[in-house]
Design a protein around this ligand. Structure first.
Ligand code: PLP
Length: 400
């Protein structure tokens, strides 16, 4: 029996998550003592805040290891309302605590999508949106901006796509955007949310990087009124806004009550809720003072990357108002020849060549359905940034 008969049609075409595959690539190069500058996986590093660590340790010591409410610990669901400024607007029965933001996304997709419904995504969708949509039997479609700047979707782009796609059921926006690091402003967010509400589409806002804003910016909150709230789903979690917290695997959604109940029912069947010690750690994180040094550190690294990357020939470095990604337009080197005679045809080629010749590991834009770009995650030590970008510059300068 061939593999194609043994694995479902749905999963048979899945490739591993690009970003997690990059983690493997880095480990492999390190084990062979090859040079590596790891701009691959988007993950905050440093040390876990002591209050988070101690809360997790305490939970184990006190044997908080039995099944809990499948929707999440009640006190954590309450704390999430405060964390998102939703106290008095939403209630804790609109919150589901999940095994990472990924599960909050899948729960949402499963709860709102019928087979063959269309899920609209922005123009550079994060690597797992499309596979997760397929898992929910939906058809993922990107909204391509007609003349938008930096791949940002305008309300007119969204209206045009909704008109063309009667089965559209939701529009998902990631703000700040992974991979482009762009930030939609409050006015655009409000208009996009209202376009969805007026057309009876869910507006799913993935705000996983919402604390990581630079140059004094504040997060553009969506409107919280009677028009938008019945259609608004917010996705968030621990993985990016806290140091070293991706492996805690805690995320959450805040959504209308009916949708939330459907998600809790679903979750009660397939994970019974996330790990309790991790939830205790998350509760400590959300109820302690926020560690703003993560943002100031990242802002400094952003400046370092921008200074060193701007002079690389053939690369257009986009501004980084938020997150920890530097997004490079590398179309300027397509068609150029490497010293060993290979012609760079697309961003997969550029990423592979940069890794092979300079040890610089990046995520190719094709993982985000945007050939022509590279994404560099810069939450790495300053000296690795400087040395890595110097190695990248030497490689780009060597092109014919
Ligand atoms: N959404 C975006 C935009 C992400 O970048 C990620 C992770 O990289 C996720 C969701 C998933 O987050 P988690 O690791 O909490 O499942």
């Amino acid at each position: 029996m061939s593999t194609s008969d043994r694995i479902s049609v749905k999963l048979g075409k899945f490739r591993p998550s690009l970003t997690l595959a990059l983690k493997q690539l880095v480990a492999d190069r390190r084990s062979r003592s090859l040079p590596v500058f790891d701009f691959g996986l988007g993950e905050t590093k440093g040390h876990l805040n002591p209050e988070i660590r101690e809360a997790g340790e305490r939970a184990f010591r006190e044997e908080e290891t039995m099944y809990a409410d499948p929707g999440g610990l009640p006190e954590l669901r309450e704390a999430i309302l405060d964390w998102l400024g939703l106290r008095g607007v939403c209630t804790s029965d609109q919150v589901v605590v999940t095994t990472g933001a990924k599960q909050a996304l899948l729960n949402t997709f499963m709860a709102i999508g019928n087979p063959a419904d269309v899920f609209l995504f922005d123009a550079a969708p994060w690597v797992s949106y499309q596979p997760l949509a397929v898992m929910a039997y939906a058809v993922p479609i990107m909204v391509l901006p007609r003349e938008g700047d930096r791949l940002l979707v305008t309300p007119d782009d969204l209206k045009r796509n909704i008109r063309m796609r009667p089965h559209a059921r939701m529009f998902l926006l990631n703000n700040p955007v992974n991979p482009t690091a762009q930030l939609y402003d409050a006015e655009t967010i409000a208009e996009l949310a209202r376009v969805c509400a007026r057309h009876g589409l869910y507006f799913v806002l993935d705000r996983l990087y919402w604390k990581l804003l630079f140059d004094g910016r504040t997060f553009p909150e969506p409107p919280l009124d009677d028009e938008v709230l019945p259609w608004l789903v917010q996705i968030d979690g621990m993985s990016k806004n806290f140091r070293r917290a991706g492996g805690l695997r805690i995320g959450w959604s805040v959504a209308p009550q009916d949708l939330t109940q459907a998600m809790v029912n679903l979750q009660s069947h397939y994970t019974s809720g996330p790990s309790v010690p991790s939830q205790r750690a998350a509760l400590a994180a959300l109820t302690s003072a926020y560690d703003q040094t993560l943002v100031t550190d990242l802002e400094r690294k952003r400046d370092l990357v921008t200074t060193h990357a701007r002079s690389i020939p053939g690369v257009d470095v986009w501004p980084t108002p938020a997150s920890f990604y530097s997004f490079w337009d590398v179309q300027g080197v397509f068609g150029r020849r490497t010293p060993d005679g290979h012609t760079l045809a697309d961003s997969d080629d550029v990423a592979a060549w940069l890794c092979e010749t300079a040890g610089v590991v990046t995520a190719s834009g094709t993982g985000f359905a945007q050939d022509g770009f590279l994404r560099l995650a810069f939450d790495i030590p300053d000296d690795e940034i400087v040395a890595g970008l110097a190695a990248a510059r030497r490689a780009f300068e060597s092109l014919g």
